[in-house]
Unconditional design. Sequence first.
Lengths: 174, 152
Amino acid sequence: MDVAATMAGPGVDRDAAVRRLVELAAGRGFAIAVDLLGGRAEAEDAVQDAVMRALGGLARLRDPDALDGWFYRVLTNGCLRTLRRRRITRAFARLVGARGDTGYLPAHLGRDHARLLGLIDALPAMQKAALVLRHGHELAIEDIASMLDVGTETVKTHLKRARARLREELVDER
Amino acid sequence: MSDDELDRQIAHAIAARRLPPARDFEARLAAAVARPRASWLVPALASLVAAGALVVLLWRVPHRAPEPPPPAPVPIVAPPPAGSAPDASGTLSIECEPPARVLLDAREVGTTPIELRVAPGEHRLDLVGAQHVVRRLEIKPGEHQRIVLKIE
């Protein structure tokens, strides 16, 4: 993607937009990506890809105030794609009896946190994203709906199902 | 466990796993974004590659030699002498390990394994492979001879 040649939409200062995107990406953008994907390298890739995509579409942006939300939406979509690919890979690994990628769980985590994160990682991508954005980043349901490109009721449903599933699994393990 | 307690545990677990970005991540990101890349470079390279492929294709097509036809079997190498009955031929089957070129009366007739119709009489058989083996043999009318050789 040719960043240098990217034109911003009317009313959007391209240089300011680039600076803002880098700032968002290195801050909350990275935190969201690492919470969703687990590993640092994958998160960095996702964030950089989202920045490039956002810059590539800067010409379509009319309102500078929409930049933040737009970037987070691009980033979240990229992470969801990765999560879905990972889920397919795991399913295939299970099918052939191999041990698939089990996600990143650092050694310093306590047993309860590790168990809970393992269950969160096993949730469907949308449920996991809703859960992480709501409880990991304390975002409003409306903001999560915008990032996931769904309605607020859908976000609530994802959260409800995710909690129910976690609760069920936690009870089963005890 | 109450909803609030579960939510609190989820938030703690997510926060416990969260890694900070690498120290140089923002700088790397800024460098990647600012890296000047000529807009014409990628299309120009792609065009060059496509043009090169086209030239090679056009050059190769007219010059491509047709596939040689498979060698026709030589059913009768030594034709029967004039006047003799055609059904008087004998047959000679030759097997050789490893495979060898077969010359009958100094004419190359194929590669083993091979079966030949041969005119009655004396013949010289050359097997050229790992070694050069020469056999003299006599074929009688209607006779079938089988030669099996293993050349060390």
